[in-house]
Structure formats: C-alpha cells, structure tokens
Design a protein around this ligand. Structure first.
Ligand SMILES: Cc1cc2nc3c(=O)[nH]c(=O)nc-3n(C[C@H](O)[C@H](O)[C@H](O)COP(=O)(O)OP(=O)(O)OC[C@H]3O[C@@H](n4cnc5c(N)ncnc54)[C@H](O)[C@@H]3O)c2cc1C
Length: 106
C-alpha cells in the first residue's frame, strides 16, 4: 500500500519505519514484515520505489550473479573485495536466488 498522508500523521502507527525505498530499504522492509514486525512503512523521497533497481543491468534488473563462492564473487568487484567476503558468506548469491524464488513479482 502506498501511503500519501504526511509522514508526521501516519508514522505514529507503524512498528518500523524505513527511510529510503531503494533495494536495501525495500529488502529490509519485506524481511522484517515476513518475520515478526507487524507494520512497516517505507518513506521514499522520490515518486517511485526501486528506481535504481529498474535501471540496473541495463534495464534487465540484474540482481545477482551465477557465482556461488563468496571469495570468487568478491574478487570480481573493483573495490571492497575483502570487505565483501563476510557479507557474501552471510547472504550469498544462492540466498538471493532462494529469496526471489516463490515470490510473485510484477
Ligand atoms: C546505471 C546503474 C546500473 C546498475 N547496474 C547494476 C547491476 O547490473 N547489478 C547490480 O547489482 N547493481 C547495479 N547497480 C547498482 C544498484 O542499482 C545499487 O547498488 C542499488 O540499487 C543500491 O541500493 P540502495 O538501496 O543501497 O540505494 P539506492 O538505490 O540509492 O536507494 C536509496 C533510496 O533512498 C532514498 N532516499 C535517500 N534519502 C532519503 C530521505 N532523506 N528520505 C527518503 N528517501 C530517501 C533515495 O531516493 C533512494 O530511492 C546499478 C546502478 C546504476 C545507477
């Protein structure tokens, strides 16, 4: 549901408020809502959620890679190779595919 009310009015009724409706914010909001957070509000300053996701991969919404080894995957990044190994171990390309599988997207 997209809330058009001023945030100062509607925010008081939510258990979690996420600032920013990009990939990270929407992913966090869905994950929390699916676990135990009863109500989540995503506040996005532009008119559309997930704008960068829509243009990623040249418009194909390229959201992961077919490389399941965290070290090998991180080696393909031009910056932050070492810093990415930990996050890729906690949530890998395979986890990303699992996350999208079974959900309905339009
Ligand atoms: C041209 C292009 C191509 C790309 N291609 C790929 C690709 O092929 N594969 C890939 O994995 N990645 C790709 N990326 C990168 C990927 O899109 C980004 O890494 C990802 O979208 C970042 O998500 P994010 O949620 O961290 O940040 P963002 O997408 O930047 O989201 C942050 C959101 O917060 C909002 N916001 C900021 N401040 C406020 C505020 N004060 N109040 C309310 N809202 C606020 C912003 O408007 C924005 O919507 C590409 C990026 C670009 C630009």
């Amino acid at each position: 549901m997209i809330c058009r009310e001023p945030p100062t009015v509607c925010c008081m009724h939510y258990d979690l408020i996420v600032i920013g409706g990009g990939a990270a914010g929407v992913f966090a909001a869905i994950t929390c809502a699916e676990r135990s957070t009863k109500s989540v509000l995503v506040l996005e300053r532009t008119v559309q959620l997930l704008q960068k996701v829509k243009i990623s991969g040249g418009g194909r919404c390229n959201v992961t890679h077919d490389c399941m080894d965290p070290r090998e995957l991180s080696a393909h990044y031009p910056r932050g190779e070492k810093a990415l190994i930990g996050p890729f171990n906690r949530f890998s390309a395979a986890d990303t595919i699992d996350w999208f599988t079974g959900r309905e997207w339009s």
